[in-house]
Design a protein around this ligand. Structure first.
Ligand code: TYD
Ligand code: MG
Length: 503
């Protein structure tokens, strides 16, 4: 079985056997491995067929094993006991960091024996947040080790000084040889948390490939993870996202770890978002919001206030979206700008949202609401740098577009949410009450939302003082803007709303 083929528990054992013990039947062969997604190709080619990235294939020498005998007894294995599904199990114990945003994304804290991958662009703040978290755990009395393969000890000390955590009883090491790291961890007693920053710097001398390649990164992560499970400490692996393909990206490790967190953000903005994309011990889609300050990352317990901080009311092209990130409601401002196109095909520039979805909305506004937008360049921006993937944002984006097109501001105290279908119908979205509560909490007085479909269930409980404007069709949203707008850029006529489609 090749070391680079699809992941399986057997793969991990193979890595261990062939690297640390050596296998008499091993023979070397050459493969071309995508450093971004890990897909193996027999020949070099410019584009990876797995992820579509260009120039990410690198040649790697792999040791493949000649298939051995298949009878269990002759493999020298021990029999595994199968037990009944029903039995005693309690929720995993947790090591809390005391940083509420981080703990929530982890599902309540680090789980002993688990492996967490923290990915993100270089310079986004991975080392910073992990040093802060490690210091907190160490201060709480758990043996915590921070191994840096990138920075010298002095650098880490200086950073800790700046973060105000230099007094924490943290074990610090600068190392990158897997053998050294494993040997040192073997000596340690009662370790609670180990941070490896970054996994791309760790290397194993028995492998021919260079540090940071897919085979090195996978083999080293497997070995470290095995030790974490055996010794019961939580392990955090830092993985840089690289676009050049010179280093194996965190994606090649996702299947081997218990949780994957991505640290996102725009370097031009001060806030950062920690997002769980995989979590065997908690919910995914959960986000933690932090602000990068002079003294490290500060938690942002109320992100809506941060995202709306710079909003100027009463300007056209702006609408507030009552969104949801994981289990938490987040209000953000959607900004749209339309300007007559200079010729050729009009530009569509989107920041923080899906450009395909924008094209769809523009088409729906044109053909179902009779608006003429086609000859304009359209710019759409989610203010603050948040990236939104919820379809519920459709209605807020539409409101911003219509407001921009008619040069009429949306009511400054209104929020919008709802999915728009191809016939212009507004569809229901999840967690209406949560969104409304957040809007009311932040002082909004009106909400435009999908028309409720009678399902015989519980009545919607809207917060006091919030005016609800239920909308069945996008044309209902357009009409008030159109009423006061000039005929040049606004809707040509008020169309007859089509009935909302039943779900
Ligand atoms: P870092 O944690 O080194 O990023 P990563 O490990 O993801 O590569 O973060 C580095 C950036 O953060 C750097 O540009 C400086 C900035 N920073 C602050 O703004 N304040 C701070 O207190 C610290 C420690 C870093
Ligand atoms: Mg770093």
């Amino acid at each position: 079985m090749s070391l680079l083929s699809a992941p399986s528990p057997r793969y991990i054992r193979d890595v261990h056997l062939s690297f640390l013990i050596g296998h008499p039947l091993a023979k070397a062969s050459h493969r071309f491995v995508c450093q971004s997604c890990g897909t193996v190709h027999p020949k070099w080619q410019g584009k990876c067929e797995g992820c579509g990235a260009w120039n990410t294939l690198a040649e790697e020498v792999v040791e493949s094993r000649v298939p051995g005998p298949t009878k269990a007894a002759s493999l020298g294995g021990r029999k595994v006991e199968f037990v009944a599904l029903k039995g005693h199990s309690s929720p995993p114990p947790r090591t809390r960091t005391g940083m509420a945003e981080l703990d929530r994304v982890l599902g309540g804290g680090f789980v002993p024996g688990s492996v967490v991958l923290v990915g993100g662009d270089p310079g986004i703040g991975k080392s910073t947040i992990l040093l802060q978290a490690a210091a907190r755990v160490a201060e709480a009395g758990k043996r915590t080790l921070y191994i840096s393969g990138e920075e010298a000890i002095e650098q880490v000390r200086l950073r800790a000084l700046r973060l105000g955590v230099s007094g924490a009883p943290l074990g610090l090491a600068a190392a990158s040889s897997l053998r050294d790291i494993l040997a040192s961890l073997e000596e340690e007693r009662d370790v609670g948390l180990v941070i490896m920053d970054s996994i791309q710097t760790v290397w194993l001398d028995s492998l021919d490939s260079a540090p940071g390649t897919v085979s090195q990164v996978r083999a080293c992560a497997a070995e470290l993870g095995r030790m974490a499970k055996a010794r019961g400490f939580a392990l955090v692996l830092v993985g840089h996202v690289t676009k050049e393909g010179t280093l194996a990206g965190p994606r090649v490790l996702e299947h081997m770890v218990d949780a994957t967190l991505y640290f996102e953000g725009d370097r031009g903005h001060q806030f950062r978002i920690l997002r769980a994309t995989k979590n065997r011990f908690g919910a995914t889609d959960e986000i933690g919001v932090f602000e990068m300050t002079e003294t490290g990352l500060a938690e942002v317990p109320n992100p809506s206030a941060l995202f709306l901080a710079e909003r100027r009311g009463n300007v056209s092209g702006s609408a507030v979206f009552a969104g949801l990130e994981g289990t938490r409601p987040v209000l953000v401002e959607v900004q749209a700008l339309l300007s007559p196109s200079a010729g050729g095909s009009p530009r569509r520039q989107v920041v923080g949202w899906d450009s395909g979805r924008l094209s769809m909305l523009l088409a729906v506004l044109e053909s179902r609401c009779r608006m003429t937008l086609g000859m304009n360049d359209v710019y759409l921006n989610i203010a603050g740098g948040l990236r939104i993937s919820e379809p519920a944002a459709d209605l807020a984006v539409a409101a911003a577009l219509v407001s921009a097109a008619t040069d009429r501001p949306c009511p400054p105290d209104a929020v919008f949410f709802g999915e728009v279908g191809l016939s212009g119908e507004i569809r229901q979205v999840a967690q209406t009450e949560l969104r409304l509560r957040e809007a009311a909490k932040l002082g909004f007085a009106a909400a435009t939302l999908p028309r409720r479909v009678a399902r015989g269930g519980r009545a919607l409980s809207a917060p006091d003082g919030l005016r609800l404007s239920e909308t069945g069709h996008l044309a209902d949203l357009v009409a008030p803007f159109a009423a006061a707008a000039g005929p040049r850029r606004g809707p040509k006529e008020k169309p007859k709303p089509e009935p909302a489609e039943a779900e």
